[in-house]
Design a protein around this ligand. Structure first.
Ligand code: ZN
Ligand code: ZN
Length: 194
């Protein structure tokens, strides 16, 4: 799959944003402007000055729209949603080499508000996945009590668990215990869950 480092970064940010939702994380992970501000800093989102309560509401709304694209039942529906999303925020492709980064494309309109900025960048990243015919890489964690999403960028598309680390480890431990049980071994093996 032809996927640039920038797209990979955008997809990472997309996953992080989707996983802040209360229905995923159990509680809202972007409850206030300070949390949103920290998200912007963590995500190294360029050309964003300060965020407000208006931005917070808009990002919450956008998060739902992005989730609808991520979990769309077909590529056609996902494509229509991407088109609507990036059109609504006047996505404006332009080449830039800001801050010592190599030449790359920005899609957000100059001086766009945060949610519009994210809609353009994350919407285009999703669009690139659709163009590559790789929608199946947009996954939900298979751990039964985990609702987190992730993008499987592994070569053989074999990833099953989210990035939270505990999930992959936890499932391995569960599988190990199941094997122990079925082998009739004692169940008092000490296992450290990360
Ligand atoms: Zn940039
Ligand atoms: Zn998980």
């Amino acid at each position: 799959m032809l996927i640039t480092h920038d797209t990979e970064c955008a997809l990472g940010l997309l996953v992080e944003l989707l996983n802040t939702a209360p229905e995923v994380a159990g509680a809202e992970q972007l409850p206030d402007v300070a949390a949103l501000d920290a998200f912007v800093v963590r995500g190294n989102i360029s050309e964003v000055d300060s965020v407000t309560a208006v931005d917070l509401a808009a990002v919450h709304r956008l998060r739902g729209q992005l989730r609808d694209i991520f979990t769309a039942p077909s590529t056609r529906i996902a494509a229509e949603l991407v088109n609507a999303l990036v059109a609504a925020v006047n996505a404006t492709p332009r080449l830039t080499d800001h801050d010592g980064h190599g030449w790359h494309m920005h899609y957000f309109a100059p001086h766009a508000a945060l949610a519009d900025h994210l809609a353009a960048e994350l919407g285009m990243a999703l669009g690139l996945i659709l163009m590559a015919g790789e929608r199946e890489r947009l996954r939900r964690c298979e751990a039964p009590d985990c609702a987190r999403v992730f993008v499987d960028l592994s070569r053989n598309r074999s990833r099953r668990y989210c990035d939270s680390r505990t999930c992959g480890n936890r499932m391995h431990v569960a599988a190990y215990r199941a094997r122990q049980r079925s082998a009739g071994a004692a169940d008092d093996v000490a296992v450290v869950v990360g």
